[in-house]
Design a protein around this ligand. Sequence first.
Ligand code: ADP
Length: 567
Amino acid sequence: MSSRTSWLGPGMTRRLLTAVAAGAAAELAALGLIGAAAWLITRAAEQPPLAALSVAIVAVRAFATSRGVFRYAERLAGHDVALRAQATTREKLYRALIPSGPLGHRGADLLSRMVDDTDAVQDLLVRCLLPAVAALVSAVAALTAAAFLLPAAALALLAGLLVAGLLLPTVTAAAARRWSARLAPARAELAARVADLVHGSADLAANGAGDQALTAAAEADERLAALERRQARANAAALALGTLAQGLTAAAIVLLAQRSGVGQVATAVLALTALVSFEPVLPLAAAGERSAGVTAALRRLGEIRATPPAVPEPSEPASPPRAPLTVEVDDLVVRHAPGRAPALDGVSLRLTPGKRVAVVGPSGAGKSTLLSALMRTTGFESGTIRINGVDVRELSPDDVRASITGLTQDPYVFRASLRDNLRLAGPEAGDEELAGAVRRARLSGWVERTGWDAMLGEDGRTVSGGQLQRLALARALLHDPEVLVLDEPAEALDGGTADALMADLLDATHGRTTLLVTHRLHGLEGVDEIIVLEGGRVVQRGHHDELVTVPGYYRDLWESEALTTAG
Ligand code: ADP
């Protein structure tokens, strides 16, 4: 139960219990109503004095009214709790996913969980748990009443209820597994559609283009839903078989009652009570079909939920920072896990409007950690980060990321035209603006050769590492954040291509608040400050001209780079 209740937010367990109790009470009222009504009608046919019927008349009224009230309460509380649980689940999943940054190959799987699996929470409550409890209560009450009147009838009823409530749901659950094989191709199509969305999650987030990509995924989702509707029709056939079992059971009970001579009144009460006791049992066939998927979906969601959010949202976030932005980092300490050495240890830096700062250092020095802390995808242990004087812990992490963003470490090419690949960073951008960004990213030649409408991405035209970085740079320039972050733009490029890219990139970022993480020093003469990180600490800082004159990491790297270029 603990894994289930963990999907419920505060106060939801009480709501769920209310729904269960109301559902059970509604079924009991329905049974009471039919029993009392059957007794009343058949007894009235015997024309007794009116006083002999008065209790039954009151009972019928009471059951009829209370059934409606209980049913209403059950629907209200049940759907309330289910929708709340689903909303809580989605929110918790997003919160668990967003700060984790690029999802890489895990992304496709994670996204399909977001699309399909969160429905399982609602289904579990509304279509499985509540109906099962209601059916059980109703069946036990009807069997008890029948056993009291005629044990043989109770046995017939038990047989019928077992067929409809146990056998059919088991069969539909097995059929559901077979159906999943037919649904697989449709799911694969959906997965292909959302692959762009998934692999490019970091770029989408960085460029604010999530909605557009989500629409394409939603359409594929609709096609899958059409197939699922066919599956639903097959399940309706199972439901019809349940109805057949219901009719046969009632007929058998009438025969048994007549043979046993319990009288007309008892026969009517038995037969009608039996009929009604099937009503909550019949939907269990559909619940059986769903339960197989629900269990698997909940298990998958549990795995994601196990990841705690890296950065908590403040309870009352301060209003988003307004341009121009000054970002001040003071004595920042970041530790990725308790007990581990800090990844950043006492780092300070100041980004004023228009200032360009480069962060260099060996692998594992803490460069990416610094960017994550600034973009609020990683929390920090001590020190402060202030934007225009406001502590970032008082700001919503989303607001921080809206202002401090740019070129992520693994830019993604979407399966779309070159134009659309750029436009995701600026949906409103006209051709002029697109061409401007392409020009500043020094990509015009390639774009002219390739054509604005050429398809890129999976199955499309291949894009080289350098072109990919320039495409991402053009996107970042179009998106135009207050603080442009460039994370290792020249990584994985060969020396000449890397130097050319760095030179163009530094050209394009002139006058723009920029934080550049790089392992190539070529061109850094132009930036305002260079910070050298080693083992999470700032070991050197200053202008290029100063740093090359003193012994240390910077000068060593500069000299080895110069040697390689010369060689
Ligand atoms: P750089 O970007 O300079 O290569 P990183 O910021 O990626 O360095 O890493 C700094 C240190 O923090 C390294 O020791 C690295 O192993 C560790 N680290 C980075 N990210 C994580 C993480 N998500 N969980 C645990 N340790 C991490």
